[in-house]
Design a protein around this ligand. Structure first.
Ligand code: NDP
Length: 491
């Protein structure tokens, strides 16, 4: 990156204008190399105010509010086409900023386009409902936008998560102020550019970059924001939830997880091993649904653990843009420090590092935030590493004896986002799937995700469900309308 480029901070987007904030910017760092990618402008309180005001004005305009559903659908499809046309650019920006390998970034850019297409279709299918009346009237439920939605996104998968929030919020008729993570600001900025080029009216999608504790907080506190959609850590989610409660506005929170991945002794161990690997090590374990607690029935424990250790030791950790790299760095040096701290806690609590547990030694990886795929045994379900979300390439393996022992351990967590179960017995699969206190369960597979299936957590993993047709309703409020059919009332 040339020093001239690095000296010109990236601008953020308010009311269709690109704005910089001289003297207040932050570094975007490439976690694969430790180099500064570029500077990015910080939006201050006045900028946040301008973004929310422009969104509120644009949302109230007839041009947007009364847009016919098929016209709105056309617009969302144009944004999808813009994303598809610039998929390489989007993927590259994400790779530069969070270090995910190229193939995963490309797949996520394609998924973002598909998400816009899905919600375009939703515009054309979701309507008002006529409800059973209890008198001489027509009663119905209509759905209306909140107005201004604040969307706050994390750094692990900005491409998919920004599409997952912005597309349904626009389909529902809102205007959006998007605040991406300071670690991954650029995909959101490019999405804003693509949306403008597609013909989205100015002010309907604003993107403010900056730090969470300032720009993000000011956004959530702003009286013009009528709904907040947040994905990130549970503690930030709790802070945002408290502000939303004070302001009496709805909030959707997609938070952390410590998902149990379960293998019974009758399972296909090869298939399970393959999915356990992807379930924890894809994206260097920085996934809210990572299957980070593995419960294995005692009879197959040694055999499965040997399969996993062998596979983990062969994962190709490398520069994300190098062909064949299967796992890149952590998204930031701070995140690697956090992972290292957790692995140290496991050692201190009697855990055995079965593979990994350190940084790679390859010379080309020394300047990046790399950490080897790590499997830890010998810990109880009470250990720090087993209870807390690490958000890194660390799998804790625990044996279990029978189904009731398993269910008790799997549900003994403050989290409840996802879980997986491997068994050849369909009755057991059904029983366990129903007994798990999680918002999502995979049976004989893991981390399959579809935009058409609602997604969200039980317990401290969140509130609300994104995705699916109900994902549009998340961004709407219902209105009951009673219309008398009594002719006497007309005269
Ligand atoms: P955060 O939860 O802090 O960040 C998520 C988003 O919230 C970012 O855009 C962040 O901005 C913003 N933010 C932070 N503080 C506030 C605030 N007070 N008001 C409004 N917005 C705010 O994630 P961290 O980066 O701190 O990660 C901590 C842990 O959270 C991870 O290690 C992981 O365990 C978990 N996590 C879970 C994710 C998930 O998908 N469920 C995703 C990311 C993290 P900024 O980045 O600029 O500070």
């Amino acid at each position: 990156m040339s020093s001239q480029l690095a000296a010109t901070p990236k601008a953020f987007l308010i009311n269709g204008e690109w704005i910089t904030n001289p003297g207040d910017s932050f570094d975007s760092v490439n976690p694969a190399t430790g180099e500064v990618n570029y500077l990015v402008s910080c939006a201050n309180r006045e900028h946040v105010n301008a973004a929310v005001t422009s969104a509120a004005t644009a949302a109230a305009r007839s041009e947007w509010r009364d847009m016919l559903p098929h016209v709105r659908a056309l617009l969302l499809n144009k944004i999808a086409a813009g994303i598809a046309a610039r998929a390489d650019e989007l993927a590259r920006l994400q790779m530069l900023e969070n270090g995910k390998v190229w193939s995963e970034c490309k797949a996520q850019a394609a998924s973002a386009a598909a998400t816009f297409r899905y919600f375009a279709a939703a515009c054309e299918t979701l309507g008002a409902e006529v409800t059973p009346s209890r008198g001489n009237y027509l009663s119905m439920t209509a759905y209306e936008p909140y107005g201004v939605v604040a969307a706050i996104t994390p750094w692990n998968s900005p491409l998919t998560m920004e599409a997952q929030k912005v597309a349904p919020a626009l389909a529902a008729g809102n205007a959006v102020v998007l605040k991406p993570s300071e670690v991954t600001p650029s995909a959101a900025l490019l999405l804003g550019e693509i949306a403008l080029e597609a013909g989205l009216p100015s002010g309907i999608l604003n993107v403010v970059t900056g730090l969470g504790a300032t720009t993000g907080k000011w956004l959530v506190e702003h009286p013009g924001v009528r709904m907040v959609s947040f994905t990130g850590g549970t503690s930030t989610g709790r802070t945002i939830g408290m502000i939303a409660a004070e302001r009496l506005i709805p909030v959707a929170l997609e938070l952390g997880g410590k998902s149990p991945h379960i293998v019974f002794d009758d399972a296909n161990l090869e298939a399970a091993a393959e999915n356990i690997m992807g379930g924890i090590f894809e994206g260097s374990g920085q996934s809210c649904v990572a299957g980070s607690r593995l419960f294995v029935q005692r009879g197959v424990y040694d055999k499965l653990v040997a399969l996993l250790v062998d596979r983990a030791s062969r994962i190709r950790v490398g520069l994300p843009d190098v062909e064949g790299s299967e796992m890149g760095p952590l998204a930031s040096f701070a995140q690697r420090k956090r992972v290292e701290h957790y692995v140290e806690s496991a050692r201190a609590e009697g855990g055995q590092i079965l593979v990994g547990g350190k940084r790679p030694v390859a010379p080309e990886l020394q300047n990046g935030a790399y950490y080897l795929p790590t499997i830890i045994g010998g810990l109880s379900n009470k250990a720090t590493c087993v209870r807390e979300e690490i958000f890194g390439p660390v799998l804790c393996v625990l044996p279990f004896d029978d189904e009731s022992d398993l269910i008790a351990q799997a549900n003994d967590s403050v989290y409840g986002l996802a879980g997986g179960v491997w068994t050849a017995n369909y009755q057991k699969a059904w029983r366990v799937a129903r007994a798990l206190q999680t918002g999502l369960v995979w049976i004989n597979t893991y981390k399959q995700l579809s935009i058409s299936t609602p997604f969200g957590g039980f317990k401290e993993s969140g509130i609300g469900r994104e995705k699916g047709l109900s994902g549009v309703r998340l961004y709407q409020q219902s209105k009951g309308i009673y219309w008398s059919m009594d002719a006497n009332n007309l005269a």
